[in-house]
Design a protein around this ligand. Structure first.
Ligand code: SF4
Ligand code: SF4
Length: 292
């Protein structure tokens, strides 16, 4: 846990969220599972015989992080409310997890939780970048921690690894080219120029995190809600095309994958299948093998 003292820019003013706000407590919760850091991403056995498995970004494998973080932040928020005050003068608090208009990355960096890397994500030397940010805005006045220096150095692996060229320059990402945006946020059809690069990614993309050296030796998350066994890391794309709304709810309820509506997942599944088909009919795979 680290703390940010009052230092609000106009467009990031937490007082707009909570009148009288003095501080923002920034927290990080790891969701790291085996598979990041360049290792083979194979957390689950394939779900169907001979099916085409679509990949899900790691952050969405477990229980919906909005629910998990709120649950974990509630006792801390309660403690802050009572900090140094009589019952009649309890401090006000507001928990923010990705939904309130708060620039969490910038606050996390200012609070010393990490630095914003060239891939535009917050990086922490011990946690890498595979962690969720949670914030508590409070009227309590808390002494700030110092920001952390940038450790990216001359590295540019994330910039070079992006399959769609979404980084026009270090520290800047063009969301309209990012597979995470295209597969999770974009409601309309995905432009054809991105289809091949999407590959088997059904929901999101981890490439600019997988290649980051700071994610290489990160320990797995100790949070049971993100533990293997209860999560969805791959979805059979062919099967998904047959889902109705009831099936969608029964398969994905309680996960962050429902951020994408059923028609969006179907659209993504169509692209994954299109790519699988293309890879089996490409000239390279059709060519006779030369075993000499
Ligand atoms: S998530 Fe994927 S597509 Fe988006 S910037 Fe990172 S590597 Fe590129
Ligand atoms: S891959 Fe390299 S440049 Fe990119 S965020 Fe990680 S350390 Fe920084």
């Amino acid at each position: 846990m680290t703390y940010l003292h009052r230092h609000f820019e106009k467009r990031t003013d937490p007082a707009a969220l909570l009148p009288g706000a003095c501080s923002v407590v920034m927290t990080g919760l790891s969701y790291h599972r085996r598979g990041a850091g360049g290792a083979d991403i194979e957390p689950d056995p394939p779900q169907g015989e001979g099916g085409v498995e679509g990949r899900v970004a790691m952050y969405a494998w477990g229980e919906d992080y909005h629910v998990v973080l709120r649950r974990k932040l509630a006792p801390l928020a309660e403690a802050l409310m009572q900090e140094g005050s009589a019952e009649s003068a309890r401090h006000a608090v507001k928990i923010c997890v990705d939904t309130a208009p708060l620039l969490e990355r910038e606050f996390a960096a200012a609070a010393g939780l990490g630095w914003i890397g060239k891939n535009t994500l917050v990086l922490n030397p011990a946690l890498g970048s595979t962690f969720f940010l949670g914030a508590i805005v409070t009227t309590l006045d808390i002494a700030p921690d110092a920001p952390m220096p940038d450790h990216c150095g001359t590295c540019r692996r994330c910039l070079d690894a992006c399959p769609t060229g979404a980084f026009p320059e270090p520290y800047r990402m063009n969301a309209s080219r990012c597979i995470s945006y295209l597969t999770i946020e974009r409601r309309e059809a995905i432009p054809a120029e991105f289809h091949a690069a999407i590959g088997d990614r059904l929901f999101g993309c981890d490439d600019c995190q997988d290649v980051c050296p700071f994610n290489r030796d990160v320990p797995e998350s100790a949070e049971p809600a993100f533990a293997p066994g209860s999560h969805v890391a791959r979805i059979d794309a062919q099967e998904l095309l047959t889902w109705d709304r009831e099936m969608y709810r029964s398969k994905l309820a309680g996960t962050a994958i429902t951020r994408a509506k059923l028609d969006m997942l179907r659209r993504n599944a169509g692209i994954v299948l299109e790519n699988a088909q293309a890879s089996t009919t490409s000239p390279a795979s059709d060519a006779p093998r030369d075993d000499r």
